[in-house]
Design a protein around this ligand. Structure first.
Ligand SMILES: CC(C)[C@H](C(=O)O)[C@@H](O)C(=O)O
Ligand code: SF4
Length: 478
């Protein structure tokens, strides 16, 4: 990446440059040492923070900027009885530890039962805390979500969480930049989830390694903030450090009036700065990928990593026809775990459970898309459908809009906010062999419960699947 403000720079380089506290020196062999970067927003949840706070306590240090730090409870939250104490001891201990730590170190916390509680990556944007040009970190890989605002947002490990708590800075190695340009109009019924699944299938789960991805092009510009967040959220599933989208009017309209957004002349100054963050004409990316949006269709995964995906209209792939030996053996293993036979139409795959939620697709627009499909219909016999809002505010809005009623009338289970079935850290889990169409972001073995089988899908596909009982798009419904 470049360091001269006079040469054309990418969005990511501009945000980085504006946050360098100490520039890393070059060592004798020409390798650059990490830069020390200032952090504007530190999000905290109960899973990756306990040891970080322990470290501070041992060193007798305070949190440097409690005002730039905010915590919420999400991973361990039971999505029924959210107003009661957690029954599971491990989960309860994690949540209680977070509460004690926030109290002791003076950090704002949104606990279970609070109107602003929810998944950390839903809460930040909804409160207007996530803003263009910021550096945002959290001890959580899907922090990349916040890049949708033109923020440089990265997941960090627990020792880095401690470093940020103590100093509000982070030592970071420079990254490479990749442009993912998506031009043309997405066909009707094709969503940003389909787009990002197609991107990951194209570049692979390691394709983004070492890069910050910038999604650009006419298809991206037309997307809502919710849709942009879905895309940036899954950048990490391509192995990337972060994903970003340049801020524009859509971003500003989303932010305007939110509790922590600037107001008055500060808003105007902020917009002027945010406008300057776009990648300069002539800036060079280290890598470029082009996607034709007009060719995309609803996309589903058939395997056990997010890159093992295909159009819904395709058939389960035959490992014997995959040229690359590593990919072929990964496919064989995945098909065995998923209990799928090569050549079977993906539309015939029978599903037991549908999960709508997570920081990928648990926002209001996702719930509206699901309600559009469920309205006036019933979920298939024997089908279990969980609809879990990403935050309590999303839930309240969905209730106001009458979506909750539609969900319940269709036979779905309409829950309180949390990570829920996205991962097996709370009571919402798959049983061994159970097959799930899920709007979340990871389909790893056992991710949603031991032995559970996950197909990643968009909210629209999830809803249609709940009605038909097999992997389906809304267009398949009579
Ligand atoms: C528990 C947490 C550390 C983890 C992450 O980093 O992403 C989780 O949120 C996930 O999605 O797997
Ligand atoms: S919803 Fe899933 S991906 Fe997002 S933070 Fe929670 S566990 Fe991680």
């Amino acid at each position: 990446m470049s360091y001269s403000p006079n040469t054309p720079r990418t969005l990511a380089e501009k945000v980085w440059d504006d946050h360098v506290v100490v520039r890393g020196e070059e060592d004798a062999s020409g390798n650059r040492n990490p830069d020390l970067i200032y952090i504007d927003l530190h999000l905290v949840h109960e899973v990756t923070s306990p040891q970080a706070f322990d470290g501070l306590r041992l060193a007798d240090r305070p949190v440097r900027r409690p005002d730039l730090t905010i915590a919420t409870e999400d991973h361990n939250v039971p999505t029924v009885d959210i107003f009661k104490p957690i029954a599971d001891e491990v989960s309860r201990t994690q949540v209680e530890t977070l509460r004690r730590n926030c109290e002791e170190f003076g950090i704002r916390l949104h606990p279970m039962g609070d109107a602003e509680q929810g998944i950390v990556h839903v809460v930040g944007p909804q409160l207007g805390l996530t803003q263009p040009g910021m550096t945002v970190v959290c001890g959580d890989s899907h922090t990349s979500t916040h890049g949708a605002f033109g923020a440089l947002a990265m997941g960090i490990g627990t020792s880095e969480v401690e470093h940020v708590l103590a100093t509000q800075t982070l030592s970071l190695r420079p990254f490479r930049t990749m442009a993912i340009t998506v031009d043309g109009e997405l066909p009707a019924g094709v969503t940003s989830k389909d787009l990002i699944l197609a991107v990951i299938a194209e570049i692979g789960t390691g394709g983004g390694q070492g890069y910050v991805l910038e999604y650009r092009g006419s298809a991206i510009e037309k997307l809502s903030m919710e849709a942009r967040m879905t895309i940036c959220n899954m950048s990490i599933e391509a192995g990337a450090r972060a994903g970003m989208i340049a801020p524009d009017q859509v971003t500003y309209e989303f932010l305007r009036g939110r509790p922590n957004a600037p107001t008055g002349s500060e808003w105007d100054d902020a917009v002027a700065y945010w406008d300057s963050l776009r990648t300069d004409a002539g800036a060079e990316f280290d890598a470029e990928v082009h996607i034709d949006a007009t060719k995309l269709t609803p996309f589903v995964t058939w395997g056990t990593n997010p890159g093992q995906g295909l159009p819904l209209a395709a058939r389960v792939p035959d490992p014997a026809e995959i040229a690359d030996e590593n990919a072929a053996s990964a496919a064989r293993r995945a098909l065995e775990y998923m209990d799928l036979k090569p050549g079977m139409p993906l539309r015939d795959v029978k599903v037991d459970t549908v999960f709508v939620g997570s920081c990928t697709n648990g926002r209001i627009e996702d719930l509206r898309a699901v309600a559009d499909v469920l309205k006036g219909r019933k979920v298939a016999d024997g089908m279990r459908m969980l609809i879990v809002p990403g935050s309590m505010r999303v839930r309240a809005q969905a209730e106001d809009e009458g979506l909750g009623e539609i969900f319940t009338a269709a036979g779905a289970d309409w829950r309180q906010a949390g990570c829920s079935m996205c991962l097996g850290m709370n009571p919402d889990q798959l049983t061994p062999g159970e097959r799930c169409a899920s709007t979340s972001n990871r389909n790893f073995e056992g991710r949603q419960g031991k032995g559970g089988r996950t197909h990643l899908v968009s909210p629209a596909v999830a809803a249609a699947t709940a009605i038909r009982g097999t992997l389906s798009a809304p267009a398949d419904l009579a």
